[in-house]
Design a protein around this ligand. Sequence first.
Ligand code: SAM
Ligand code: DTB
Ligand code: SF4
Length: 347
Amino acid sequence: MSSNAIRHDWTLPEVMEIFQLPFNDLIFKAQTIHRQYFDANKVQVSTLLSIKTGACPEDCKYCPQSIHYDTGLDKEKLLEVQKVIEKAKAAKAIGATRFCMGAAWKHPTKRDMPYVLEMVKGVKALGMETCMTLGQLTQLQAYALADAGLDFYNHNLDTSPEFYQNIITTRTYSERLQTLAYVREAGIKICSGGILGMGETLKDRASLLIQLANLDEHPESVPINNLVKVKGTPLADEKDIEPFDFIRMLAVARIMMPKSHIRLSAGREKMNEQMQALAFLAGANSIFYGDKLLTTTNPQVEKDNALFLKLGISPEQNQGYSDEVHQAAIVQALSEQVNNNISTNIS
Ligand code: SAM
Ligand code: DTB
Ligand code: SF4
């Protein structure tokens, strides 16, 4: 068996060993594997929209949308379908190829489902990939979303099973795994990852990656978030993680799940360009693109376009959805950036 084969039998001692490789060896290994499965100069770009904000009954200690913490967030009811489609059009116009819709729910109700299904159909009709994150699903809801044409379902495990209780008490790890199983069974692609910087140990990070990589099939998309510290949440004063440790997480995820898109997810706003370049070198090949995540800010589109330009990275086109509009939007955004740079340099 080749040492870079797709595996589902990772053990804690071997993953801990990979985490502790000398940094250069780790990055070289990750980049070598990355190049076997991907074009190293392409990054997938998704845009996020909060379709229902705040007042969530769950007690996730990192989350500004939990009703248990006072974060001063204005809550909003479920957005109208047409409004969501307009936002998707705007995301497409700036070059996003996937539109991710997130709701601050423990789970969607029977009343919510028809609206959510219409959103999937409407966004798909624009030629974009669709992703939703709505909390726990029943088997029937997963099938209904699949029938509407949903491409991806985001449902994060967030941390290790061992550390989970310290972060969330209103739901269990096994409930999360059950939803992932329903999503997989319904034929929707899985987006599942976690958050770093919540006070977890290195072992917890290894254990989270083992949970993801030892699923029967690897999640197609693995978001690695750096905690966005929001005032009012219990984790607001958690100390920052060592930046190299964040890069190590991306590299180990790349090594363990070679065919998956690894997303350099929330927390990019606090990372400089060099840190993000290192993240791409470690095998990250997806980002959230657009000025806002769900309730917090993300780097400005112009800044991301400039970074892509400096690094010679271009956005990955969707399989089956590739169209000239996306390509044109990106080319336009990049050329505007170049022109701006030129005029700033001249003046
Ligand atoms: N309510 C649904 C759920 O939790 O499954 C979907 C929306 S929830 C906001 C989606 C994900 O956002 C969470 O699983 C978590 O990983 C991430 N997230 C939330 N707040 C965050 C924060 N402050 N920093 C980083 N990631 C965060
Ligand atoms: C994921 O892993 N990160 C995104 C998305 N999936 C839904 C959410 C990040 C949220 C950051 C905090 C906020 O903006 O509310
Ligand atoms: Fe609710 Fe999701 Fe936030 Fe947890 S992460 S409080 S489930 S919106």
